[in-house]
Design a protein around this ligand. Sequence first.
Ligand code: DLL
Length: 437
Amino acid sequence: MIWNPHNECMDREARRELQGFRLHKLVDYVYHNVPFYRQKLQEKGIHPDDIVSIDDITKLPFTTKADLRDNYPFGLQAAPQSEIVRIHASSGTTGKATIVGYTRKDIGVWSECMSRCLSSYGITRNDTVSVSYSYGLFTGGLGVHYGVENLGATVVPSSTGNTEKHLRLIKDLGITAIACTPSYALYLAEKMEEFGIKKEDTSLRVGAFGAEQWTESMRQEIEQKLGIKAYNLYGLSEIMGPCVSYECEEQDRSHINEDHYFPEIIDPDTLESLPYGEQGELVFTTLTKQGMPLLRYRTRDLTTLYDDPCPCGRTFVKMGKIVGRSDDMLIIRGINVFPSQIESVILSMPELTPHYKIIVDRVDNFDILNIWVEVRPEHFDSSFDTLIPIKTLEKKLENKLRNALSIQANVQLKAPGSLARDTENKKNVVEDLRILK
Ligand code: DLL
């Protein structure tokens, strides 16, 4: 079903006009409310009145995660604090998280866009939806939750953890739809097998999967093992959260809610705009956001935009799957992690050296993060005598990582000089062994 046919199926020309109108209003708004943008626009010699159509977007400056970090926590907020009703956060490249404030109107737009996604997956007010993204600073839980309520379906805020209890709820409450990461869906399928629950024993029929990369073969496996239709859901906190784009019944690329989030593709090296059909870095401008609106935000996600008509009737531009990143961010069990964050936790422990290796693997559909770090010689000698202090140090680093990044890691401390050095190519410190077929 199409939740909002007026906006989702709008004539393309009419929408470009709407986008141009909204872009002008947005630039005027940030010019007068965000000193950072006023300065950037003035540096480029741009006045809000120079922005009259959506084509003028290429005149505007880009925004990066570094800009968010440099203006931490509220420097890019356009609305006064009294208008902010909610704050979420996502990973920054260092110790500072990226903070996003939402006004009441932003939460309304988010719920509307999320209802469009759920409706497109065939979810109606007769469904019971388990939201198994985590609730908290991460946008997945609350973002989908509000969309389900707005749609009028029943929401079960299962969140993450305790899979056994979750399976019982799925059976006992007759849950028909599930929203979670695709890797958690596969994990759930495995647990069902382990507990002897057949897919026919549940009422599950549809799933909304996102927050991490996944593939067609993962889709087939999820659909087959859970007996459901599996749809893609894409989004990022800086722009809103889940709801930025969604698949329709065609299950072929994701429609972007482009009346609110205007997409572009650029070459990440030259920053030149690329035409539809060419792969590059995805960039979004938030056309209607009040709390923390962003001009040309570089997502670092690599994909392609397509403007061919879709048989579903929606006229929104579509994006292909995310095929990679133009930075080194890792997504582990749906949690975004930058190697630089891990490094700063390691460096905060005087017993350890800056020589480390990060190994990510997927075992039984579960992401595993292994971290090897060399101990300083003075600690190595005393520690290895009695093995316990090394174990204590390992636990200490694991706890610090859990506190700083909300991620469970397996730490192994190594003898000084035992890890290969590659000073020229720091990328070698990360080995991602997950094969996404
Ligand atoms: O992951 C929001 C979200 C929650 C999306 C639930 C979908 C479902 P962040 O934590 O800010 O927000 O991470 C955003 O995750 O830039 C992508 O790299 C990746 N990502 C999100 N959805 C998908 C997807 C949420 N469907 C980052 N496919 C983005 C591939 C995805 N990657």
